[in-house]
Design a protein. Structure first.
Length: 71
């Protein structure tokens, strides 16, 4: 049963997959009314991924015309 663990049970955890560090090939120009949340939904990524890819410390500080890399 994959939903039941027992005390002392040993689990095999596969090694973490390597994360590609290639430069994102997609970009997006911020439009009026956009937020990182809306942009993340549009491209199927997380707000955090957008922040990291674009070195954005405050997710509320994006501006019209800003070019964002889409990871």
């Amino acid at each position: 049963d994959p939903n039941q663990l027992t005390v002392g049970q040993r689990l095999r955890i596969p090694p973490a997959a390597s994360v590609p560090t290639a430069t994102p090939s997609r970009t997006y120009v911020v439009q009026r009314g956009d937020t990182l949340y809306i942009i993340a939904l549009k491209f199927g990524v997380t707000v955090w991924a957008l922040q990291v890819a674009n070195n954005i410390s405050d997710p509320d500080k994006v501006y019209v015309g800003q070019v964002l890399k889409i990871p």
